[in-house]
Design a protein around this ligand. Structure first.
Ligand SMILES: Cc1cc2nc3c(=O)[nH]c(=O)nc-3n(C[C@H](O)[C@H](O)[C@H](O)COP(=O)(O)O)c2cc1C
Length: 412
């Protein structure tokens, strides 16, 4: 019987001796209505499209048959080890991957991102969405890049979990600085666990503004967190002794300034949501995620209530010696901010899997004169990009996100 294919089918070329797949690709174009050869094939290894007259060593793996087809039809997810298709992703899978990406943290939950997916080229583009920028907190867009870096990390994790190897390019077009990254799905993934193994934490990670226990973080866990940041070319250090006291003081100073700054108050008013707020609850920090008011303790918590009292909000005692980690880069360019975001998310996912909770301590980073002294001069670290508080405590509360169709365009 002659070979017949549909657009979207997979062409597999096998080694005549071992039967192993030599090359595979997606049939993206037919030259005859009855589906007989030749075909336009986009090869998974090069992403190039060539005209192919399949030889005897080639066969077609049709779409819509077997477990893969059913999974695509229902939008269910497959694990990296079971997924081996080179086909384009279905709309349901693309949407689910972007939903994973948007579970990332962003300053004030402003979600300053937008995604485009090109089915033909199998590439995601991540763009900055300036509607989610914070003019007073973040005039140079550093926090925006960090949030988008975190979303990029989630996308990388989700794509790997879906069974794809991906090539990530930060700032791929120098002429378009708001195009922050491209993620091209190149070929089915082997059995690599990294970063797919982080996937279970993508939707369970939340910022926790609760008190944490004063329990030590074991050395093996600390090492794993240092390694997580290191993989994204970011240095991580735990603040201790005099440096810890100094970081706490700087954060408290930043927080005190924030409470009396009109511009900061305007950003807070825009991005916090009272329980009776009439605005759509798809962005911003809702009152139920503010956490309790600090009575005693040195954990520098941002007060999203801006000093106002909220009826029924409890008070609590926070840690005397919080675990604070600093993430730093040797330079201070947008690409370093994107790296920081990926490192932050990678370490938060890892921390979540280790049973740790986390909150952000960025108050001192928002004031130029407080940012520089944050660093530990003994460690040689250069630009502190992020301070996080880690510990064993309540996992935090899920906060809303914009619906995926508001932040994603799918192109043919
Ligand atoms: C760059 C950046 C700075 C942040 N700064 C703070 C902060 O100072 N205090 C705080 O409580 N949360 C801070 N957050 C956390 C956000 O408020 C949080 O991610 C957002 O509300 C979404 O909630 P989720 O992390 O629970 O998903 C920051 C997040 C990012 C990415």
């Amino acid at each position: 019987m002659s070979m017949r294919a549909h657009v979207g089918d997979q062409l597999i070329v096998e080694s005549p001796t071992s039967g192993a797949t030599k090359r595979d690709g997606e049939i993206v174009g037919l030259h005859h209505d009855d589906g007989t050869p030749p075909y336009d094939v986009r090869w998974s290894d090069t992403d190039q499209i060539t005209l192919v007259f399949p030889g005897p060593d080639a066969h077609i793996h049709p779409i819509g048959h077997g477990a893969e087809g059913q999974r695509e039809a229902t939008g269910q997810r497959a694990s990296a080890t079971t997924h081996r298709s080179t086909r384009s992703l279905s709309e349901a899978v693309v949407m689910s991957l972007v939903e994973d990406a948007t579970a990332a943290p962003s300053m004030h939950n402003a979600q300053p991102w937008r995604f485009q997916y090109s089915r033909r080229r199998r590439v995601f583009h991540l763009r900055a969405d300036l509607r989610g920028s914070l003019p007073h907190f973040d005039p140079e867009l550093r926090a925006l890049h960090i949030a988008c870096g975190a979303a990029l990390m989630n996308l990388r994790v989700a794509v790997a979990h879906e069974g794809w190897e991906a090539q990530t390019r930060p700032l791929p077009d120098p002429a378009d600085p708001m195009l922050l990254a491209s993620v091209t799905l190149t070929r089915p993934l082997g059995d690599e666990a990294d970063p797919a193994a982080l996937y279970p934490a993508v939707r369970t990670r939340h910022t926790s503004r609760y008190p944490f226990a004063e329990t030590e973080i074991p050395p093996s866990v600390r090492t794993a967190l240092v390694d997580a940041a290191d993989r994204e070319q970011v240095s991580l250090s735990f603040a201790s002794d005099w440096h810890l006291r100094s970081v706490v003081d700087l954060a408290l100073e930043g927080e005190a300034r924030n409470l009396t700054d009109a511009g900061v108050a305007a950003d807070l008013a825009r991005f916090t949501r009272a329980t009776d707020d009439a605005r759509p609850a798809t962005e911003g920090v809702p009152e139920y995620a503010f956490g309790p008011r600090r009575r005693v303790g040195n954990a520098p918590m941002r007060d999203f209530a801006g000093g106002k009292s909220i009826p029924g909000r409890p008070t609590a005692d926070f840690e005397t010696f919080p675990h604070l980690v600093l993430l730093s880069t040797s330079r201070n360019r947008p690409v370093d901010w994107l790296r920081t975001g990926q490192a932050v998310e990678r370490l938060l996912l890892r921390a979540t899997l280790e049973g740790l909770s986390a909150s952000f301590v960025t108050q001192a980073l928002e004031w130029q004169d407080l940012r520089w002294p944050l660093r530990d001069p003994m460690s040689g670290m250069a630009y502190v990009q992020m301070v996080l508080r880690l510990g064993y405590g309540p996992p935090g509360t899920q906060t809303p996100r914009r619906p995926v169709h508001d932040v994603l365009d799918i192109e043919p």
